[in-house]
Design a protein around this ligand. Structure first.
Ligand SMILES: NC(=O)c1ccc[n+]([C@@H]2O[C@H](COP(=O)([O-])OP(=O)(O)OC[C@H]3O[C@@H](n4cnc5c(N)ncnc54)[C@H](O)[C@@H]3O)[C@@H](O)[C@H]2O)c1
Length: 239
């Protein structure tokens, strides 16, 4: 049990990669709060679903207060909730730009501004931000998404410094997954997915569990001397 008695908050934990993370954490002994716009698509005694729009700061504060009241602390935060609204820059509307920034970037800031300082106070915590291969290399038609996922890497390094200012045992890392078959890829044509698979050294897309395994490592004390880093879990992909 690598997360015994830990309290973990996973955003976007209702399905996809977030669901795999929540279930893996629960199996390793954590009490998991899966915060999502939608209700959970599964049931597990150690995973509690709460409805949250991470883009709404007031809701984030309410969920934070609720968890502290009920569980006393948050040991692990996984900022996983994310969306895409793809389009070439010339055709990208303000709405497409704002929506993605609000969820993928502001949403990460909204929760972490409460959770991070609480971890510093407790002298314990691990924050994992879910970035993307697109934030590392960029991608045609994803200016908004790439900006948020690159932005999250800046936040990761900043918070690794800020929340451990006095040497507190608070670590902040990022994972940059390659393409993983979940609903977020629903609008991507199959020929493009095939091309993405060919662009990896392993010649395939990733599985949600392969991402969750890395997040578990970063959440657990097995990674106790790793902070401010990004792990690229992309099968050896270059865009
Ligand atoms: N699947 C991939 O290929 C891939 C690759 C790189 C990075 N990622 C990142 O991984 C993360 C998880 O994506 P996924 O593939 O599981 O997608 P998904 O669409 O299957 O799941 C995303 C979850 O986030 C939730 N969500 C969306 N907006 C929200 C909001 N405002 N507040 C709270 N929850 C919200 C959704 O309801 C959903 O449950 C995202 O940040 C995504 O950008 C995915």
């Amino acid at each position: 049990m690598r997360l015994e008695n830990k309290v973990a908050l996973v955003t976007g934990g209702a399905k996809g990669i977030g669901m795999e993370i929540a279930l893996k954490f629960a199996k390793e002994g954590a009490k998991v709060i899966a915060a999502d716009m939608s209700a959970l698509s599964y049931q597990n005694d150690n995973v509690e679903g709460v409805i949250l729009n991470v883009a709404d700061n007031n809701q984030c504060k309410e969920v934070f207060d609720y968890i502290i009241e009920k569980y006393n602390r948050i040991d692990i935060l996984v900022n996983n909730a994310g969306i895409t609204r793809d389009g070439l820059t010339a055709k990208m509307t303000d709405e497409m730009w704002d929506m993605v920034i609000d969820v993928n970037l502001k949403g990460v800031f909204n929760l972490t501004r409460y959770v991070g300082p609480q971890m510093s106070k407790n002298n314990y915590g691990s924050i994992i931000n879910v970035s993307s291969v697109v934030g590392v290399f960029g991608n045609i038609g994803q200016a908004n998404y790439a900006a948020t996922k690159a932005g999250v890497l800046g936040l990761t390094k900043t918070w690794a410094k800020e929340f451990a200012r006095k040497g507190e045992n608070v670590r902040v890392n990022a994972i940059a997954p390659g393409y993983v078959m979940t609903d977020i890829l629903k609008t991507v044509p199959q020929d493009l997915l095939d091309e993405f698979a060919r662009m990896t050294m392993l010649k395939r897309l990733g599985e949600p569990e392969e991402i969750a395994n890395v997040v578990l490592f970063l959440a657990s004390d097995e990674s106790s001397y790793i902070t401010g880093q990004t792990i690229n879990a992309n099968g050896g992909m270059r865009l």
